[in-house]
Design a protein around this ligand. Sequence first.
Ligand code: MGD
Ligand code: MGD
Ligand code: SF4
Ligand code: MO
Length: 683
Amino acid sequence: MAMKTYVDQPNGVFPSVCSLDCPDQCGLLVHKQDGKIVKVEGDPNHPVTQGSICNKVRNMAERIYDTKRLTQPLKRVGAKGEGKFEPITWEEAIQTITSHWKQLIREHGPESILPYSFYGNMGRLNAETMDYRLFHRMGASLLDRAICNAAGGVGYNYTMGANYGTDPEETVHTKLFLMWGINAVSTNMHQVMLAEKARKNGAKIVVIDVHKNQTGRWADWFIPILPGTDTALALGLMHILFAENMVNEEFMEKYTVGHEELREHVKQYDPQTVSSITGVPADDIYRLARMYGQTSGSLVRIGNGLQHHDNGGMCVRTIACLPALTGQWLVQGGGAMKGNKGFLEHNKQALQRPDLLANKKTRRVNMNVIGSALLELDPPIRSMFVYGCNPALVAPEGNKVKKGLLREDLFTVVHDLFLTETAAYADIVLPATSAFENTDFYTSYWHHYMQLQKPVIAPYGESKSNVEVFRLLAKGMGYEDEMFDDSEEELIRQALDYPANPFLGSITYEDLVEKNYRKAAVTPNFIEKLPTPSGKIELYSKQLEKLGYPALPTYTPIPVESDLPFLYVPGPNHNFLNSTFSNNAKHVKLEKFPRLFMNTADAEASGIADGDLVRVWNDRGECELTVSVGETVLTGVVVSQGLWADQPGAKHHVNALTPDRIADMGGGATFFSGRVNVEKLAR
Ligand SMILES: Nc1nc2c(c(=O)[nH]1)N[C@H]1C(S)=C(S)[C@@H](COP(=O)(O)OP(=O)(O)OC[C@H]3O[C@@H](n4cnc5c(=O)[nH]c(N)nc54)[C@H](O)[C@@H]3O)O[C@H]1N2
Ligand SMILES: Nc1nc2c(c(=O)[nH]1)N[C@H]1C(S)=C(S)[C@@H](COP(=O)(O)OP(=O)(O)OC[C@H]3O[C@@H](n4cnc5c(=O)[nH]c(N)nc54)[C@H](O)[C@@H]3O)O[C@H]1N2
Ligand code: SF4
Ligand SMILES: [Mo]
């Protein structure tokens, strides 16, 4: 069945999907007039997102047609980082890149080339298909894409075996929500809407966070906690659940391994001890444990924030054990959710062709240490191809990243819709299409629906999709493998041919073309057979033991990296998506300026008043932010929101301050485990 695209229809309303790195993955309706997008709204027919979307994407047309959008390939004519470029043709761009790469491969081997990317576009084809084929074929260095949920994802899997969790559609039946380390009002708004429905039926919402932000204010009960101590709180809850007999013995016997060992092990985490670690009063720990142990239909929504710490993997592993103690996995609306992408797992082997690396011991570079890697790796990285990612703003140890990007002998190519902070350092810049200009398919990491993206508009200027750019680069490299000729339709068919995932069910390409939303065939009894070594929920993990970790959930404090007075948690904000939209006037206007939240007692002690401009610093760098004084954070903690770019006279690059230490699991990032000092600046 040929897919009809909407490109040739100048007027009308067309179904689409949000391509941003957001769990909600909304169904959209894109309105066109005279060939241009004039409005983006939610598709009421999407079973989960039901017609509502966030303000960021309601203003998407402003970004698509932003006058700053790239229309042509560019080559650098100024100094690195200066941002001076001249237009060139695609032919010249591909020729320049591939001849450079051929020379590097001859002289230094293919591992001198590093792809650097993330999910600026969540489309499975544009995020991780033709690019992988090309770089695997080439034998380039491999990138560990560990900047987001790596620690927590791996930790969760030690307990559950895969990214399997509660179906969000079931959460209208939930009676108790533990929103744990998630700023859901900003980052998972449809979970908030579902929780609101449940609330009308009496559900209670508890938020456990280091910052009383919009999500904390929405809660029935907000529990402030010290950063990096959530593992201890979870263990304290387990202590009480066992001690007060609020566990489900039958469930544990049937579906878990290690509950007897765990029962003994958590005796040491008594509420007093846990209180002194977490800053949560012992009475509140009792109250929370009883609420959790006595409410059926209790859901733990595990966020990304609590795992951006040195101990983030073990933290998520630990919290993920809670519903197994109470047997909540079998209760409608109960269980846990970290990420659900396992249910729509498709044939990545076919799409990405890792087999092409079969006999090679290709080196891996963790994207979280890109600054050090560019400055110190031996043999050096001599070329970097950046796409769908903005490392100059989003990667930790930002000053090291920028210093690395300044290397004269580094040949950098950036493919993006905009001349990002990273692109300013590039030798060649390539214009990217927006997702509305592509064919792709999408799988949410929260709800269970798969969706096809049909192009709605023609490519903007001379921009090209990732898939197309990697096809051209493969040709330019002289690779004649047929896989580089696969069409988008062929790729989607290959992806869906995957009997290894039973939940994929019978979703076919034809289905996707015909119906907008196709659901994974998940039933709650997925816990009957989990892909852990034992097939059960692993409260005790021999796998972890073998690797030298504690086999049972265990609290390890985050290292105190310096004697600076404040732990610093620089999270994302409401109106941007990571650094996306930080360059679009409308979104910046909505967000106004970056703030630093500080406790009243700390502010008074430092002679800082609400609204003061402060310098935030450590030995990695500095930043200048406007202080918001109050009780939204505990003493000894400061929080900022948003990945802002430096402006002339305004140092807003928060990742100048963040550590590039690697978390306990999965090579994860530790953005929120750094320490800073704060001092008042004269205006
Ligand atoms: N509007 C908007 N939506 C987004 C994004 C965005 O930038 N803006 N980004 C998208 C992406 S890529 C991701 S990964 C998700 C992230 O979305 P979330 O899962 O919500 O993760 P964060 O916003 O990083 O952090 C969530 C919360 O964790 C808190 N936190 C930090 N450290 C700790 C801790 O030690 N313990 C506890 N209990 N809480 C802690 C922070 O204060 C924050 O409120 O959102 C996605 N959606
Ligand atoms: N301090 C701090 N740092 C953080 C975080 C934090 O909470 N605090 N969060 C971390 C997390 S969770 C994440 S996921 C990362 C995210 O970091 P990034 O993955 O860098 O995300 P964005 O900043 O949104 O940048 C995505 C870029 O991709 C581009 N893009 C979009 N679509 C396409 C396309 O189809 N093709 C190409 N070639 N480009 C495209 C966009 O224009 C944008 O410039 O940031 C991390 N950094
Ligand atoms: S960013 Fe998230 S909430 Fe906003 S439209 Fe996209 S998927 Fe929906
Ligand atoms: Mo992320």
